[in-house]
Design a protein around this ligand. Sequence first.
Ligand code: BGC
Length: 367
Amino acid sequence: MRRLQKLSYFALALLVLASSVLIAQAQPPVTVYKLRNAHGVEAQITNYGGILMSLKVPDRNGKFDDVVLGFNTPEDYMKKNDPYFGAIIGRYGNRIAKGRFKLNGVEYKLAVNNGENHLHGGIKGFDKVVWTGRETRTKDGPAVVLTYLSKDGEEGYPGNLRVTVVYRLTNNNELRIDYSATTDKDTVLNLTHHSYFNFLGEGNGDILNHQVKIDADEFVPTDAGSIPLGTLSKVVGTPFDFLKSTAIGARINDDNEQLKLGNGYDHTFVIRGRAGTLRHAASVYEPTTGRTMEVFTTEPGMQLYTGNFLNGTLTGKSGKPYPRRSGFCLETQHYPDSPNQPSFPTTTLRKGAAYHSTTIYKFGYQK
Ligand code: BGC
């Protein structure tokens, strides 16, 4: 009997060993893909976190600079505990209050990693997993296809979720991101991309002089934990009115409760037009270099985050520190905490349904 027990322990140990070897093998190697379009615009993307590591675009004099914050190697991103530089964010971009939500009458408890709340997919979100990557050529330009299976229960979310993200660098100088996903159980999903842009070139000072126009009449006001109050506020007459192109820094220190709560801009704007259709969301212009960016999205909202929590402790690709407000993010997404906010557009993805989302960042310059 004892021998039989010993034998079965031995068999169990062997099984555990074999399966961990298999799992280790199943993880694809970490790679950096280099895309270059017909105009010499270059993007480097790694399958670790789906991170856009660099993006080189011309200024008005034809000088190319890297306009996204980040590091030189995928290992740097693994080590440095960075604030989601250039990453794919999932399953849920932004916050879910107290890491809890109810779906079909069941309460799900998510990983809590931002005070008492869940942020950007939890402790090990899509920004920290290794995706399966494949480089390909499309008729519009070079592309990288990334796929990931997020297992039922990962970070507390229901359903085996199969996600595909295609980054395409088109010959129109667009970085086009197409997201798609399916699940085998009803779940919630809100994918986004988290590049910090600086059109002066990464590491070259703050972004306060960049002029931004946002096609939004309303934004989502939040509490001190950046959780939505559940209402929408009109931008008119407030520092959130970007209907006319305005410098990011023009009103950022105004005596405004929402700006104080957010430490600056850290809010979702409600993008005009019908969600689900690809439409213009924002324009950016940097006067010194002439660099411009147009943002198009199918998402209902877009977060303007002005790098308020950067504090100079991280040093970037060219050895220069990243101080407060040295990058800004335009994260196309659903509104925060939608799973708990019945009046917000739904982020529920039903079993068998197909999730699709597209965002385009189009780069140019003005003479
Ligand atoms: C959020 C910020 C957060 C940052 C993390 C942004 O998307 O809106 O509140 O601090 O990500 O780097």
